[in-house]
Design a protein around this ligand. Structure first.
Ligand code: PEP
Ligand code: MG
Length: 753
């Protein structure tokens, strides 16, 4: 059965379109299970009906005509319960319903499984048999597996609009990812093709098959020429056997081999790069499995040749086009900051990528630039998205492909409201961040990039609450040297002096990798991260501390923040290195003053060691992003559990309230620099709890300031008391929404469903 399963899955994935995939699937299932009927019912959300989409065994005229409500008949029961239903005598079941057009009365046994994708029921897969038969456990497992497989294929088809049944709502589809930068946009997709990577070539339907074939032949011709030239260049330097390999390459690239197969694939409906990637991957897979060392090694050669041809093909298909639609939504498997830079800012309306997370570099840049962004869209079907109209919701991490007019209109008015609000709020940005009852709530900014426009906000902030030093490290090609870092830090410190600039020591690891210092771990968020890395590499930390101290000379507005602290020892070790750096600089004739030092409160262990930490450092800064992920054991970047990730979870709020109290008792100022501080409702709670300052991305400042200027400290404290009495994140969120609505401040919150 396993072999059959593997084959069916391959066939379904390789099918030209959804119709072909469904037709193949029901036929293969019927054959594999030796049963009479196999049918698939699609749940059409618009009409709230399960529609028979494909069958082998029932009357084909019934396709598209038979439909049932959820809960109606046996198929409806499977959909309602979202559980398999296995009946030896279906007609005896009280829910059995007879549809004349299907010719169903002849069938006795029934096995149905729901098709579920990301908790959403998409349809039901059914097998039936005329004589009584008890489908066994293996049958059930087989059908469930096929259903899970079909779920992915269906989700893709819905997104690409390739589901063409007239009963379906125009192919509008919704995809969820991680909200990485707020804002909304309506625009046209431009797919970013990665360079010469066989595994990330999108599937596209060729507009001109003959042209694709000509392109392919030219690209292969160029690679053959390159190989011939390379062979000639090396003729005197390598052995005869090695030289013979070049002949093998030439043969592989000959008409009879690669070229013909790829051409066939193009004629089947794949563009040249996609067809090449398909064929090369198949050969590589085959060669890697062969029990022969020589052939196995050829797998690498085939892959290499494939990439060379692909590189030539991609020369003609630029990674991104020269001309961009007015409202470009850049979509790719992975989008680099460099690619981002190629799109004129005024045309770049949004970003979507299958990989990446809210802390990835591109997300940080997008937030600084105010570009709505959703990352980690793992299910995104890049194929055929090119040119599609989409609605991007960076607040809720959603992408609607081929949106209906109604949805577009809804978003048009939301976008207009957001724009109008920004204009209104702009007028009060130069006013103090002070509550109506006279409480001053200092607002700071998070920085990390040279392109940060925050300098222009000088008058409106109380300093930099978090300078993420890893960002310049991420752009570099090696660890920047002491002078280089000192220049960078000086820029930051000077730009904001005499206001404080809190510089965090390198916080790499987790999902923040440096290209020249990869950390490959099974569990990176629980692994070598932040101070754990820099204490293991004191040479890196020392250079950084020295550079910071040098940069601060004469300004003395530097504060140093230690990330990912778990143990008091780590603080002691870091302080020892700081003192050493000061000493060393002194010996070199550079007078460095000891900066104030703080610890990030983001690992839950620190919550219970505040006294010991307070003895060692001058201030605390709460990384609510990580504190939330570690308290709730929810990966902050995983879209599958994104609904569980909420910094307003009652447990997180209780922890924060206690933190604020403890810091006051210990006389250590405490700031929040995670995303919660930039959420107007979160900011009010944090103010009510007694936090001393809030640090956020610059685009969040206007809303937070507006909230603070309208809610008294007394009311914020009451809000904290009310909220802490609630037991679930949803209760907290709705209470916050309710109160903010009462205070006429709901418009400051991101749009809700
Ligand atoms: C945090 O964890 O909340 C934080 C501010 O740091 P980062 O997002 O860079 O991990
Ligand atoms: Mg953090």
């Amino acid at each position: 059965m396993l072999e059959v399963l593997r084959r069916v899955i391959q066939e379904v994935n390789g099918a030209r379109n959804l119709d072909a995939a469904l037709a193949t699937m029901v036929r293969r299932i019927r054959k594999a299970m030796r049963t009479d009927v196999c049918s698939f019912y699609l749940y059409d959300r618009e009409i709230e009906q399960l529609v028979l989409m494909e069958t082998i065994g029932l009357h084909s005229q019934a396709v598209g005509r038979v439909s049932l409500r959820v809960g109606e008949g046996l198929v409806g029961l499977v959909a309602e319960r979202e559980e398999p239903l296995n009946l030896e005598d279906a007609r005896a079941h009280p829910r059995f319903r007879y549809f004349e057009s299907t010719g169903e009365e002849r069938y006795s046994s029934f096995l149905g499984v729901p098709i579920i994708h990301q908790r959403r029921m998409l349809g039901v897969l059914v097998v039936q048999q005329s004589e009584k038969r008890r489908y066994d456990e293996e049958d059930e497992a087989f059908l469930i597996t096929m259903g899970a497989q079909l779920a992915g294929v269906l989700a893709h088809a819905l997104a690409t609009g390739s589901l063409t049944r007239p009963t379906l709502p125009g192919g509008q589809a919704l995809f969820n990812g991680v909200a990485a930068s707020p804002g909304m946009a309506i625009g046209e997709v431009v797919v970013v093709a990665p360079l010469a990577d066989l595994n990330s070539v999108p599937d596209l339907i060729p507009t001109d098959v003959e042209h694709e074939i000509v392109r392919l032949k030219e690209a292969i011709g160029r690679v053959r020429e390159e190989i011939r030239a390379a062979g000639e260049r090396l003729a005197n330097r390598i052995s005869v056997q090695e030289l013979a390999l070049f002949e093998v390459y030439q043969q592989m690239l000959s008409e009879a081999a690669l070229s013909q197969e790829v051409e066939k694939r193009i004629r089947e409906g794949q563009w040249a790069p996609g067809a090449l990637a398909d064929v090369v991957r198949r050969h590589v897979l085959y060669l890697e499995r062969v029990d022969d060392d020589y052939l196995r090694e050829r797998a690498a050669d085939v892959r290499d040749l494939g990439r060379r041809v692909l590189a030539h093909l991609q020369e003609e298909t630029p990674q991104i086009p020269d001309v961009f639609p007015e409202s470009t939504i850049l979509v790719g498997d992975e989008i680099s900051v460099a690619t981002l830079g190629e799109v004129p800012r005024e045309r770049l309306a949004g970003l979507v990528s299958a990989r990446g997370s809210s802390t990835s570099h591109v997300a940080i840049v997008a937030r600084a630039m105010g570009i709505p962004t959703v990352l980690g869209m793992v299910d995104l079907p890049l194929p055929r998205l090119s040119g599609a109209e989409v609605v991007l919701d960076g607040h809720r991490g959603r992408l609607f492909v081929r949106p209906s007019d109604e949805l577009k209109n809804r978003y048009r008015s939301l976008i207009a409201e957001e724009r109008a609000l920004a204009e209104v709020l702009e007028h009060e940005q130069d006013l103090p961040s002070e509550t109506p009852d006279g409480h001053e709530m200092p607002l700071m900014v998070n920085t990390g990039l040279a392109i940060d426009t925050t300098v222009s906000l000088r008058k409106r902030i109380s300093g930099v609450g978090l300078y993420r030093t890893e960002v310049p490290f991420m752009i570099a090609e090696r660890f920047p040297g002491e002078q280089e870092q000192a220049r960078l830090y000086r820029d930051q410190l000077e730009s904001f002096a005499p206001m404080p600039v809190v510089m965090r020591t390198l916080d790499i690891g987790g999902d923040k990798d440096l290209p020249y210092f990869p950390i490959d771990e099974a569990n990176p968020f629980l692994g070598w991260r932040g101070i754990r890395v820099t204490l293991d590499h004191p040479e890196v930390l020392m250079v950084q501390l020295r550079a910071m101290l040098r940069a601060s000379q004469g300004l003395d507005n530097l504060q140093v923040l230690l990330p990912m602290v778990t143990n008091v020892d780590e603080v002691d070790d870091a302080l020892r290195l700081l003192d050493r750096a000061i000493r060393e600089l002194g010996e070199e004739g550079i007078e460095a003053t000891r900066p104030r030092v703080g610890v990030m409160i983001e690992v839950p262990a620190t919550l219970y060691q505040l006294d010991a930490l307070a003895e060692r450092v001058d201030f605390f800064s709460v990384g609510s992003n990580d504190l939330t992920q570690y308290l709730l054991a929810v990966d902050r970047n995983n879209p599958r559990v994104a609904a569980l990730y909420d910094s307003c979870h009652p447990a997180v709020l209780v922890a924060l309230a206690r933190l604020a109290e403890a810091s006051a008792r210990l006389k250590r100022p405490i700031c929040v620099c995670g995303e919660l501080a930039g959420d107007p409702a979160g900011a009010l709670l944090l103010m009510g709890m007694g936090f001393d300052s809030l640090s956020m991305n610059a685009p969040s400042l206007p809303r937070v300031r507006a909230a603070i200027r309208r809610v008294s400290l007394r009311a914020a404290k009451e809000l904290v008391d009310e909220t802490l009495a609630l037991n679930t994140p949803s209760a907290v969120r709705s209470h916050l929404f309710g109160r903010l609505s009462e205070w006429q401040l709901a418009h400051l919150l991101p749009p809700r469903d």
